[in-house]
Design a protein around this ligand. Sequence first.
Ligand SMILES: NC(=O)C1=CN([C@@H]2O[C@H](COP(=O)(O)OP(=O)(O)OC[C@H]3O[C@@H](n4cnc5c(N)ncnc54)[C@H](O)[C@@H]3O)[C@@H](O)[C@H]2O)[C@@H](O)CC1
Ligand SMILES: [K+]
Length: 533
Amino acid sequence: MKILKAREMAFCDENSIKLTGIPSLVLMENAGRTAAQIILEKLDFQSAVVVAGSGNNGGDGLVIARYLLLANKDVKVYILSDSTKKLSEDNRKNLEIFETFGGEIKLLGKEDKLIKLRHDIKDADLVIDAIFGTGFKTPVKGYREKAIELINSFAKKVIAVDIPSGLSTDTGKIEGTHIKADLTVTFAYPKLAHILYPACEYCGEVYVVDISIDRQYTKAVKRYLLEPSEIVLPERRKNSHKYTYGHLLVIGGSVGKTGAPIMASKSATAAGSGLVTAVVPEELDPIFENSLVEEMTIPVDSEDGLFGKKAPKQIKNIIKNGKFTSISIGMGMSVNEYTTGIITEVLKAKIPVVIDADGLNNLSVIDNYKNILKKRKYPTVLTPHIGEMARLTGLNTGEIINNMEDVAKEFSEETGVFTVLKGSRTVIATPEGKIYYSIRGNEGMATAGTGDVLSGILGTLIYRIGVEEGIKTGVYLHGLAGDLAAQQTDTESLKATDLIYSIPKAYQLLKNFEPKYYFCYPVDLLSDYLEKK
Ligand SMILES: NC(=O)C1=CN([C@@H]2O[C@H](COP(=O)(O)OP(=O)(O)OC[C@H]3O[C@@H](n4cnc5c(N)ncnc54)[C@H](O)[C@@H]3O)[C@@H](O)[C@H]2O)[C@@H](O)CC1
Ligand SMILES: [K+]
């Protein structure tokens, strides 16, 4: 499913109304009725206060209020405006319909009625926040801000219509007072604020409902949420052998950092590589031999436990003479002139390459590395975290954190590589400008080695199912393995090897996943599966 920005949603709404001919009141009716249905289904309550703004979000709130009234709930409606003349046309129309159905509204256009609002919020089982939606412009001030504060302080449960009021649709940033919701019902598509941290933490569980907008008007949007129903899985054929499933070359390791390539190699086997070979510094080979059972090693020249002078040429020959199907390089390889030479050789390989960790640090010290990437004719995947991206681009970490999507997109478009920019919400950018987000993963994965696990998974899957699908599935599988591992332990104690052991279960969950939602579905389609321990 796509993830939209406010203007992309508005463009789609406007064109659906103008060109497809669906009346705006029908869209609003669909939005409000389906939201009411979710509220009635999910929550046990008798009384509700609807706090509505003057725009179309408020109009949705009035439709919800009508359906709650029809369901025999006690409904009180506050409109945050001093005059019905200031309401949007569809809002006013729904206000009139609500009154015709016997509903009562209170106009709250200045601070004088806040005490009454506070009293009603305290009395009610839940509050419906329909103050601002996608038309919100920060900041919120005056009595509206106070109303939001009252809701946050006294409501037993808060349901946000479209987006918690006070959050900006297009970013994860928090810029002022905003609603803290327990549940959000949004329309047609999720928006960035529902997905990105920290804003998404204030949305509660997010449901997306279809309101009959015409989706042809979002064709230009190339930003997607990875979904279990769309994930492509590798397949095993009965009549096959290990070479059918690829031979991944893992290159990495140095004294003190042997675990990194070991975890990448083991993850590759768990992700379905037919064969895995780790190229490692010779002096450390016994350590690798000891830990890697199913995986092979090729020791190359080393000095003081680091890749040595002859290593680049040896690796060049290994790649040339072996029948490898992809390479994952960088984990724990350290940075010196020889390792830089190794990266240069690897970039000449005529197979897909995943570069992570020190591989990226080596890359960033190569003059003109962007040109080398641009000229490379075979798929390249870079998996930087924010610090590595800062070294690659020269941007400071703050600039990257605040513009993850744009930074990844520009980098991929400029260099022709696939970028997996890792963070609390990993962003994938393709050379053609597509963006993918995954909502899988958790804070427990902010621990050493989880990146090495991702390198091994990606190295395997970009061969098994193609580069773009391999990255999408790999990132999702990695996050899901983390979520499953977190259920077995505590997020404090989660460790990278737990992820490797959870890969089989993650595969099974994805293989057995059956989408059962139409018109209305949670953003996290696996939430039911993951809650069950
Ligand atoms: N046809 C459509 O476009 C549809 C829109 N829908 C709803 O309409 C919403 C968007 O409606 P609107 O564009 O009318 O915008 P909103 O209802 O989100 O809010 C805009 C209103 O609030 C005011 N406002 C914005 N920021 C403010 C601030 N900081 N302080 C005080 N006032 C502020 C604006 O002047 C305007 O009156 C969506 O979120 C959704 O809930 C749905 O009904 C589905 C159909
Ligand atoms: K809202």
